[in-house]
Structure formats: structure tokens, C-alpha cells
Design a protein around this ligand. Sequence first.
Ligand SMILES: NC(=O)c1ccc[n+]([C@@H]2O[C@H](COP(=O)([O-])OP(=O)(O)OC[C@H]3O[C@@H](n4cnc5c(N)ncnc54)[C@H](OP(=O)(O)O)[C@@H]3O)[C@@H](O)[C@H]2O)c1
Length: 340
Amino acid sequence: MMRESMRSPAVVLREFGVPSVVVQPGEVDVREPAAEEVLLEVEYAPVNPADINVLEGKYGALPTPPCVPGVEGVARVVLSRSDLIKEGQRVLLPAGFGSWRRWGTCLASSLVPLDPDVPAEQAAMLRINPATADCMLREFVSLSPGDFIVQNASNSGVGRSVIQIARAMGVMTINVVRRPELISELSDIGADQVILEGEKLSSRILELADGRPLKLGLNAVGGESALGIAGALADSGTMITYGAMSRQPLRVPNGLLIFKNITLRGFWVSRWYREAEARKISEMFERLMSMAATGALHTPIAGRYTLNEIVPALEHAQTDRRSGKVLLCPNHSPKIVPTK
Ligand SMILES: NC(=O)c1ccc[n+]([C@@H]2O[C@H](COP(=O)([O-])OP(=O)(O)OC[C@H]3O[C@@H](n4cnc5c(N)ncnc54)[C@H](OP(=O)(O)O)[C@@H]3O)[C@@H](O)[C@H]2O)c1
């Protein structure tokens, strides 16, 4: 049973600004769960680019500081006042929970119960990046086995998920990266072709496609890289922009729209969760969990940090050329969490 006025260790965002300056380890109140609510202990929560953008105050939806950041994570139910979810069940956290904390309370109906075969660390990273990859591959263009798609930032969390989900669909991927050491790494997880950013990107992509039309391009970089992807698309192809890692705007020549009739779309998974039918969302989680349970969907981890280590965790998460995600481990003590 819960003690009255329980407090939880948490990362607290005081105001928007430079990420490592505006957050600090602290404590927040934890509400006693009411009827239909549960008390949760967070096990793992990643630091995603969206979290960095939130801390900077530059995102599509912003909380009001002081608050606890963290857009996703995995937790155990430690006290349940709902028939929907039992104590001990592992769950994915809902948007708005603020996952960079140890304990918190929320409605049982907002949680996604986790298949016990999915490793907890992988589960913590399932709700945003693999979901984004799955939606972009299924919701915009009708893809059949043997079709080719092209993407940039292909070693990112989303990019790796695109490679792994496309492979499960029989769809072939051409993957643009900015570091040569990633060519064999991504080939090992199922990338069909991997090439480096740089000059004449469209014509190098078209050479690899070898006459097969590219109906879909996925862009998380913007600037020159996006232009390279758009220029390689087939007539009436679609480019989806879902990120802007280079912070450079899209510059697409008029002719690509007029003569090649390409479509430019955007995607934001937060909007998708708000607008999609519940049945569609649960089917997606079933697909992602069954892949994650077998290891067919896997995101590497670059470092693990406790809540007290939030500043080095944020610095690591903002480092270029990382070898995976940075994970916060709110219920671990510093001694048992190996950092980088
Ligand atoms: N719209 C949505 O719903 C949605 C959902 C999920 C993610 N996203 C966005 O998707 C993007 C990737 O997210 P993630 O979590 O998958 O990323 P991540 O795992 O943190 O990886 C970041 C990626 O960005 C690349 N990168 C960083 N700076 C770059 C630059 N200046 N030019 C080109 N590439 C650069 C990195 O390449 P190196 O490894 O070479 O440094 C790496 O591939 C982010 O912009 C994120 O906000 C959007």
C-alpha cells in the first residue's frame, strides 16, 4: 500500500532552453491512485530527439514547466485500482506521462500491456520510432513485396525500424547514411543497399534502384539530403518528411512537382495516435511486439544512465555519430548502470 504523500525521484524541467542547463534531478509528488488508476514504477525511458526539442521549447506540443519530461518508456504496475491491469504487469507509458521519473500514477485505460517476451529495454523504445516506421511504410503508398523505397538518416532509431519492418513486408530498402562504417552494420540488419550522403545523391540512388520505380522516400534530414531523395523518386512518388536533423529547410525544385507530380507529405506520430482508430493502434502494437519479441525489431543502446546522471545522458544523446539510443534507468542505482 502506498504511503501518504509519496515523492518520486524525477528529472525536472524548470524552463525551456539549453537542455543540459534547464533540467536537474529532483523530486515530484506522486498521487495516490484513484479508482481506475494505477501506480507505476518506470524501468526504462529513452532520450529521443523529440525530448531534446521539447527541452529547447521547439516542438509541436509543449508541456508547461516545471514538469517532468520524457515522451515514452516502459514501467511495471506496482498498485492497481483497476480491473483492466493487474499488479506486476509491464506496460508502455502513454504520451504526457513524463517518463523521466521513478514513480507516477495514471489511468489504467491509457496503458498498453506488454507481451512478456519483449525485452524491457526494447519495449521502452517501441511507441515512437518503430510506430513511426510502421505507419510510414503502410499508410501512404501501397507497397508490395519486391518494391523499393529510399530513406536518409538510415541508422537512426526510425531508420533501423524502417529497414527491419520493410524486410518483414518483403520491401527492399535503399539507405542513405553519412558514415562509411554504417554500411556493413545496416547490411547486417537487412538493409538491401546502403550509400553515403554527398554529391549526385539522386543519380547514385537511381543506379542502385536499377530501373525499379521508387514510390516512397522517407526524409528525416532536410536540406540537400531531402533534395537527393526527392530527385530519385519515380513519377507520382511520395516523399514523407518526419524529421529535420540537419535543421535545414526543404528546397524542392518546382519541376519535381510540375513534371514528375511528386507528392510531399509530413508525418507526426503524436497526431496519428490522436486520430487513428483504437483497433488500428492495437494491431500495430501486436505487429511491433511480435517482431521485438523475436529480435527481428531491435534498437541498439549507446548508454544507460540513472536519473541523477541526466546531464551526461543529455550530452551523450546530443552527440553525433552515436551507436544507438541513450536510455534512462529510473529504478537503478548508479553502481549497476553501465554508462558508455
Ligand atoms: N515525426 C514523427 O512522428 C517522428 C517520430 C520519431 C522520430 N522523429 C524524428 O526522426 C528523426 C530521427 O529520430 P530517431 O530517434 O530515430 O534518431 P536517433 O536514433 O537519435 O538518430 C539520429 C539520426 O540523425 C542523424 N543526424 C544527426 N544530425 C544530422 C545532420 N546534421 N545531418 C544528417 N543526419 C543527422 C544521425 O546520424 P549520425 O549517427 O551519423 O550522427 C542519426 O542517424 C528525428 O528528427 C526525430 O525527431 C519524428
